[in-house]
Design a protein. Structure first.
Length: 370
């Protein structure tokens, strides 16, 4: 069995699914492919030797043919919407069933796929079953050419996120090192153009409480050094990779390691999920929610519009627009443990109310495996 999860976000969503499939098929080897080092690190950290990991090759006919000859998969499970024409054509040619699971398709992405209409229809024809996160996703797949009888709305498997064994204990130790008696917030998965805004907000927060600490985690590892230099210009900064003890006058803790985002969320008092202050579409707000953390986000969340809508409707998401509104919201959270606890409790309630997609998607996968 082969599960493809392009990067760390998809891997985190896939881990409960992979573990459940391993329970159902304990004697069958499982291959997990990714396309990023961060995704590979998360596979190794969470699944160890229970699966075989490999990087998916570029979607070229010859490369895919060699990949299929070497791996000889019996079934393919694609997490979210990672569609490659040569990969899907090879599965079809070899009669390998393909399940597109936890499938999301934003309006923006659907427009992009529609530009390659005939190719998109062919790819969707080569998919055996599609488990869509929500009705809007399902409708977009059908509009692009998917057979409606092959599409089911199952909910989002990311709501079934499980805290890894031992992580909470590690988070307690990390928080003790960072300082228990200070306000610690995390800005997670930041992109170019966001760090300056976030550091401006942190500067304002420090004016209210000089002990406040920011955990800053850039999205892409190749930007770690550049962001470290940016932080050093104005703040006393320590890097996670240096493994140094944090002093009480440390102002920024740069998360420049891979596979530790959940640990960082668990150790923080509040979480800003980036990719949302600029038009990147946002990132997964469910990861801090599982730890009952108050969640902040910018307005550009089109990749997670449905999820963010659920949290907003439940008063479990704080939306900000710039450094001023971000610092104002953080200051309120810093000064009011009751407000922090309220937002965190509501976030966890939204998570719990939407669990159950995992079992539905496992059933669909089982239905197509011969």
């Amino acid at each position: 069995m082969w599960v493809h999860a392009v990067s760390v976000g998809e891997v985190i969503a896939a881990i409960p699914l992979i573990k459940e499939l391993k329970k159902q098929y304990p004697n069958d080897p499982m291959l997990v492919t990714t396309m990023t080092p961060t995704g590979a690190a998360r596979v190794k950290a969470s699944l160890g030797d229970a699966v075989v990991h490999a990087y998916l090759p570029y979607d070229l006919p010859g490369a895919m043919q060699r990949f299929f000859n070497a791996m000889n998969p019996a079934a393919c499970v694609i997490i979210e919407t990672e569609l490659w024409p040569n990969m899907l054509a090879a599965c079809h040619k070899r009669n390998i069933p393909v399940c597109l699971t936890n499938a999301r398709l934003s309006e923006k992405s659907a427009i992009g796929y529609a530009r390659a209409g005939s190719l998109t229809r062919e790819m969707l024809t080569n998919i055996t079953r599609i488990s869509a996160c929500g009705m809007p996703d399902a409708e977009r797949f059908v509009e692009l050419g998917a057979d409606s009888s092959k599409v089911a709305v199952t909910g989002n498997m990311k709501f079934d996120l499980v805290i890894p064994d031992g992580l909470l204990e590690k988070a307690v130790a990390l928080r003790a090192m960072l300082g228990k008696d200070r306000f610690v917030w995390i800005a997670a998965s930041t992109h170019e153009g966001e760090e300056e805004i976030i550091l401006d907000a942190h500067r304002r927060l420090i004016a209210a409480d000089p002990t406040a600490l920011l955990i800053l985690v850039p999205r892409h590892p190749d930007r770690f050094d550049m962001i470290a230099d940016l932080c050093d210009k104005s703040f006393k900064t320590e890097r996670r990779s240096a493994k140094s003890n944090i002093q009480f006058d440390t102002q920024v803790y740069l998360g420049d390691t891979m596979g530790e985002m959940l640990l960082m969320y668990a150790a923080a008092d509040a979480a800003f999920v980036a990719g949302s202050l600029i038009p990147r579409g946002g990132h997964n707000i469910l990861e801090p929610a599982v730890f009952a953390k108050p969640i902040l986000s910018g307005t550009h969340v089109f990749n997670f519009a449905e999820i963010c809508g659920l949290f907003s409707d439940a008063n479990a998401l704080i939306t900000v627009t710039d450094a001023e509104t971000l610092s104002e919201a953080l200051t309120r959270l810093m000064q009011s443990p009751e407000e922090r606890n309220g937002y965190g409790a509501r976030a966890l309630s939204v998570m719990d109310a939407n669990r159950g997609a995992l079992a539905k998607q496992v059933n669909i996968i089982q239905s197509v495996i011969v």
